[in-house]
Design a protein around this ligand. Structure first.
Ligand code: NAG
Length: 330
């Protein structure tokens, strides 16, 4: 089993893609992809990115937003996953699990406030196969999801958990770790990267895309199929859930006490993507081929102290923090 750490160690000098932090924008029950217009949506999401985020998002998000919590100043996309909660093993109350920045774990430190780290990988992190297809950036209005909250008990390709023991990420797991993790729980959501070339969305928010990931989304992807011939950037989210304050409540041998905000099975994790880059900024970065992480200066970056000032109003006024008798919306 190759972990990201192994993959990174194997990186050849020629490789490309973006990796950058985004601070938390909001944590509330909104989902403009799966439940547009619905206030509140069914369950709580942890959301990062541009300030055009709202229950209903149509058209060119990148043209409407005026700030972003992401380091790439021209990226007004929104990225979100379900929020993680701790379920008290004896009294059944729920507590939101805090999020901490990912980058320190990857050897950087960037001043992000909670949030998640986003990748736009051109092909893979090793670029062993140089016959790669051209990467076409997403278009305004594009959106997609990966995974499903209702895939009960079935591991989903590209959706992974790791049990952090200090700086050690450990093996990738299909489901929640089975014992306390001293450094928290690391989750990875890899999206599919082959597009049908026509639809900005589809009824299930997935069938306009095709997933060529076999095990790890950072490694060689096979060619896109003729049904979905257009190779898009491989979008990935990494999140560190700081579960450490709950470890003392996890008795040895007891089952995993962490649940997603919809309280489905662990395998039912999912993530949503709403494209919102300004103009051709993402395409410019994808056309570069000799650098990784920053787009070779093709994209303007902002200090995270500036990104952290980007906020939106809370639309759904209900508690999502502290001890809760039940999960919001459940
Ligand atoms: C459950 O336990 C937590 C932590 O001790 C406490 O704060 C919370 O109020 C308890 N919930 C109930 C319903 O008793």
């Amino acid at each position: 089993m190759k972990t990201l750490t192994t993959a990174l160690a194997l990186i050849a000098p020629v490789h490309a893609g973006l990796r950058f932090p985004c601070s938390t924008l909001t944590t509330q029950r909104l989902d403009p992809v799966v439940e547009p217009g619905k206030i509140p949506s069914a369950h709580v999401h942890h959301i990062v990115g541009g300030n055009a985020f709202s229950a209903t998002m149509e058209g060119d998000v990148g043209a409407r937003a005026t700030c972003t919590t992401c380091q790439m100043a021209e990226d007004f996309s929104n990225y979100w996953t379900a929020q993680l909660y701790f379920k008290h093993p004896t009294n059944g109350s729920y507590h939101k699990v805090p999020v901490i920045p990912v980058q320190p774990l990857l050897g950087g430190s960037d001043g992000a406030k909670s949030g998640l780290t986003v990748y736009y990988t051109q092909y893979d992190l090793t670029r062993d196969n140089l016959n790669q297809q051209k990467i076409t950036a997403f278009k305004p209005g594009f959106r997609m999801t990966v995974g499903s909250p209702t895939e009960e008990g079935k591991p989903q390709v590209g959706l992974r958990y790791q049990c952090l023991q200090g700086q050690n990420r450990g093996p990738e797991l299909d489901s929640f770790p089975t014992g306390p993790c001293s450094g928290g729980i690391f989750t990875t959501h890899h999206f599919p990267a082959c597009w049908d070339g026509q639809n900005l969305d589809s009824p299930d928010h997935q069938s306009h895309m095709y997933n060529t990931i076999q095990y790890d989304g950072f490694l060689d992807a096979p060619a896109c199929p003729s049904s979905h011939p257009v190779r898009m950037p491989q979008v990935t989210y990494e999140t560190v859930w700081d579960t450490t304050q709950f470890n003392s409540l996890w008795q040895s041998g007891a089952p995993n006490p962490f649940v997603w905000s919809f309280e489905g099975s662990a395998a039912g994790t999912h993530a949503d993507y709403m494209f919102g880059w300004k103009g051709d900024a993402l395409q410019r970065a994808m056309d570069k081929s000799e650098c990784f992480y920053d787009g070779c200066g093709s994209i303007t970056k902002q200090a995270m102290s500036v990104a952290n000032q980007c906020t939106i109003k809370t639309t759904v006024n209900e508690p999502v923090e502290g001890w809760l008798d039940k999960l919001p919306g459940r």
